[in-house]
Design a protein around this ligand. Structure first.
Ligand SMILES: [Zn+2]
Ligand SMILES: [Zn+2]
Length: 219
């Protein structure tokens, strides 16, 4: 029972009805799976509801997100390059992406991958459920969104009672790049979040899967 309590279920969108102005041209089909067409993808971390306590936390979240993109980039052999868009650059145009209720979850058109913390009902028809249960959701190319449930007990360290942000981001970015769930227990794309079993690492299984998806297998 103790082990069961540590297993959290990560549910993720397969399709999101989301007011994103995205073009189909941003992605291409690869055997029924969508992948990113362009080589350079921009990403940002935003906190529209001010759910992150302070700027030190915001910085730490950006640091860990950068690390996650580096891990995926490293096994993609240059096929994708991830470019960070700083928060300062976003502020100048923030008012343009607010919805009527003042919650700007609409993805800014100038970034490919938008990562935000959200709480409960946040306007995309997939309300978060408070602590436990769903910890995050994301969407396949070309939507490029990751929403993290702000009600989880997140941590940037290894802590069995909390949800490790790096592990969850690695999983969700996997979806953002086009990967579906994998059954292999060593894969970061396993549907279950197993706290600290392998830490935040991409396994050989993940490496093989992403390279196959992006035509990199035999290079
Ligand atoms: Zn998932
Ligand atoms: Zn959402």
């Amino acid at each position: 029972m103790k082990i069961r309590a540590l297993i959290l279920f990560i549910t993720c969108f397969s399709l999101v009805v989301f007011h994103v102005s995205c073009s189909r041209k941003r992605s291409i089909h690869r055997k029924g799976r969508l992948i990113w067409r362009s080589r350079v993808l921009t990403w940002t971390f935003r906190d529209p509801q001010r759910l992150v306590h302070n700027t030190a936390h915001s910085k730490a979240i950006r640091d860990v997100t950068r690390k996650v993109f580096k891990k995926w980039a490293a096994i993609l052999r240059g096929r994708l390059l991830f470019v960070e868009v700083a928060e300062d650059d976003l502020d100048q145009v923030e008012e343009n992406i607010m919805d009527k209720r003042g919650r700007n979850y609409r993805k800014p058109w100038w970034v490919d991958i938008d990562i935000v913390f959200a709480r409960g009902d946040h306007g995309d028809g997939e309300a978060f459920d408070g602590p436990g249960g769903t910890v995050a959701h994301s969407a396949y190319p070309p939507l490029g969104i990751v929403h993290l449930d702000a009600d989880e007990l997140w941590t940037l360290r290894e802590n069995g009672n909390r949800v490790n942000l790096e592990t969850v981001l690695l999983h969700e970015i996997g979806h953002v790049l086009g990967l579906h769930h994998l059954k292999d227990p060593d894969s970061i794309m396993n549907v279950y979040y197993r706290n600290l079993r392998h830490g935040a690492t991409l396994s050989k299984v993940d490496e093989k899967a992403i390279r196959k998806l992006y035509h990199l297998t035999n290079k």
